[in-house]
Design a protein around this ligand. Structure first.
Ligand code: OOG
Ligand code: NI
Length: 456
C-alpha cells in the first residue's frame, strides 16, 4: 500500500491563518485598511532602522512578519473548548498559558492556542486567544439556566470538520487536499452570523448581565472578534489611524516605547455596531468586532516580569484619564527603572535570550570554555532576545473593556480556577515561561556542543 504524503501541520496553520485573514477582510473591511497601514509603517520603519532590519533578519522574524497575527474567540461550554483544542492541534497549535480575566471584570478565563517549536514559530506564529465563559459567575440562577439551555442546543462545528479532525488523529495528519477541506470547514466555526439564535428580550436580559455573556450565548458560533497584525512602530500606526478612517482607543496598552521593546504593546480601533436579526424577526444591533495591532518585544523572566508588573501598577495609578501622549510620558519616566539595553537586561536576567555562534565562534574548533558569559565577552557567542509570543492579562482586559463600552469594570471577586479550565479543555495548559527557558537552555547547549566539536 502506498502511503499518501501528509502535509506538515505548519502548512495547515499557514493556510488557515491566511484564509481567516481573507474572510475577516471581507467581513470587516476596516481590518483590510489596518493591514495596509501596518504594512506601510513596517516598511518605513525597516528602511529607517537598518539595525532593526538586521536583527529581525538574524532572528528569522523578517520572513514571518507579513503573515504574523493573532485572533480571539470566546466559547460557552467545556465541550466547545475541548473540541477547539482538537481542531487547533490539526494546525500544530497547543494551549499555552492560563489567563484569569474575572479580576478585571470580564467573566471568562482563557488560554492561547499557538505553535511551540522554534521552527513552527518562525514559519507562522498564528495564535488564537480563546476564552471560556464562566457561567458560574452569573448571579441570577434563572438567567444562568437559560444561558446553559441555549448553549446546549448549538453545535459550533460542521459534521465534516469533526470527521476531518478524527481523521487527522487516526492517521497522524492530513493530505494537502484534506487540509484544504479542513480549512474551509474550520472557517465555518469562526464566521460571523447576522441572525441571532434568541429573541431580542433574551438578548437584552443576557446583555444587561454582561455584554460579553450576550456575545457568547446569543449566536450560532464564536465569531472571530478581531485579528491583530504585528507592527514595528505602534506609536506611528496609532497616530495614523484617524487619517485612514479608524477610531483608535484612547491609549496604547502595555509598556512605553523603548529602545529595547519588552513584552507587548497593543491598541485597537473600536468595535463596530452591526445590525442583527433576532428570532421573531426583530431587528437590533450588536457590537463585537474590532481591529487591533500590537508591537512585540522580548519575553521576560519571572524576575523581569515582576519588575514590569510593579512599574505598570505604579503607572496605572498616575495615568487614569490621561490622553495617550500624557500617558506615555508618565510611563516613560516610570519605566526608566527598567534597563533599556540588551546586555544590561541579559546580565540582570530580566529577559530570555537565544545564543548562537558568531563568525569568530564558528571558526573555533575544540574549545573547552563552558562559561557562556565569557564566550559572549570574547565575541564568540552572540545573545539575542527571544520574542514574547504570549499575551498580557491586563492589556487583554483593557482591550475587552474598550470594546464593551468601557464602563463595566467592577471586578468579580478574583477567583482564578486553572483546574476547572483544564478540566473543560481536556488537557493541561503549557506554562509559557518554561517554554522560553527551554529554548534559551537548548540554544546554550547547542553553542557549547559546537564549540567543543561535539555538535548536538
Ligand atoms: C480577547 C482579548 C485578548 C489580546 O490581544 O490581548 C486579546 C477577546 O476580546 O476575546 O486578544
Ligand atoms: Ni487581541
Amino acid at each position: 500500500m502506498t502511503q499518501t504524503a501528509l502535509l506538515p501541520t505548519d502548512d495547515v496553520r499557514d493556510r488557515f491563518s491566511k484564509a481567516m485573514s481573507a474572510m475577516y477582510q471581507a467581513e470587516v473591511p476596516q481590518y483590510g485598511t489596518l493591514l495596509e497601514l501596518v504594512e506601510r509603517v513596517n516598511q518605513e520603519t525597516l528602511s529607517q532602522q537598518p539595525e532593526l532590519h538586521r536583527r529581525l533578519e538574524a532572528q528569522g522574524e523578517l520572513a514571518r512578519l507579513s503573515v504574523e497575527r493573532h485572533g480571539a474567540i470566546r466559547v460557552g461550554t467545556a465541550s466547545e473548548l475541548s473540541m477547539l483544542r482538537r481542531l487547533f492541534a490539526v494546525m500544530g497549535m497547543y494551549p499555552v498559558g492560563y489567563y484569569d480575566l474575572s479580576e478585571a471584570g470580564v467573566p471568562v478565563h482563557s488560554t492561547a492556542f499557538r505553535p511551540i517549536e522554534d521552527e513552527a514559530l518562525a514559519r507562522n506564529p498564528f495564535r488564537v486567544f480563546t476564552s471560556l465563559l464562566r457561567l458560574e459567575l452569573i448571579e441570577s440562577e434563572a438567567l444562568r439556566q437559560r444561558a446553559e439551555e441555549i448553549l446546549a442546543k448549538r453545535d459550533i462545528f460542521t459534521a465534516k470538520v469533526r470527521e476531518l479532525i478524527e481523521h487527522h488523529e487516526a492517521q497522524g495528519g492530513l493530505t494537502s487536499e484534506e487540509a484544504d477541506q479542513f480549512v474551509q470547514e474550520a472557517l465555518e466555526t469562526f464566521r460571523w452570523h447576522q441572525d441571532a439564535t434568541v429573541d431580542l428580550d433574551t438578548y437584552h436580559a443576557l446583555h444587561d448581565e454582561h455584554r460579553l455573556i450576550a456575545d457568547v450565548v446569543c449566536f450560532k458560533g464564536p465569531h472571530i472578534n478581531h485579528l491583530t497584525p504585528r507592527t514595528l512602530d505602534i506609536d506611528e500606526a496609532q497616530r495614523r489611524m484617524p487619517e485612514m478612517g479608524m477610531n483608535p482607543k484612547a491609549v496604547i496598552e502595555g509598556p512605553p516605547r523603548r529602545k529595547c521593546p519588552i513584552l507587548l504593546r497593543q491598541t485597537s480601533f473600536k468595535a463596530l455596531e452591526e445590525s442583527i436579526r433576532f428570532a421573531g424577526d426583530a431587528q437590533g444591533t450588536h457590537t463585537a468586532r474590532f481591529g487591533e495591532i500590537e508591537q512585540r518585544g522580548m519575553a521576560l523572566t519571572p524576575k523581569g516580569r515582576a519588575l514590569y508588573d510593579q512599574l505598570l501598577n505604579e503607572g496605572r495609578k498616575q495615568t487614569a484619564g490621561l490622553d495617550n501622549d500624557a500617558h506615555q510620558a508618565v510611563m516613560d519616566k516610570i519605566f526608566a527603572a527598567f534597563p533599556d539595553n540588551d546586555e544590561a537586561i541579559r546580565q540582570e536576567q530580566l529577559a530570555y535570550f537565544h545564543y548562537h555562534l558568531t563568525d569568530a565562534g564558528r571558526a573555533i574548533k575544540g574549545s573547552a570554555e563552558e562559561d557562556i558569559n565569557a564566550l559572549v565577552k570574547q565575541g564568540l557567542v552572540e545573545a539575542q532576545p527571544i520574542t514574547y509570543e504570549d499575551f498580557l492579562p491586563v492589556s487583554a482586559a483593557g482591550i475587552f473593556q474598550s470594546n464593551l463600552g468601557g464602563t463595566q469594570s467592577e471586578a468579580y471577586a478574583a477567583n482564578a480556577n486553572r483546574d476547572a479550565f483544564e478540566e473543560a479543555l481536556g488537557a493541561k495548559v503549557t506554562d509559557e515561561l518554561s517554554l522560553y527557558a527551554e529554548r534559551e537552555n537548548a540554544s546554550k547547549a547547542q553553542v557549547l556542543a559546537s564549540l567543543k566539536g561535539t555538535a548536538l
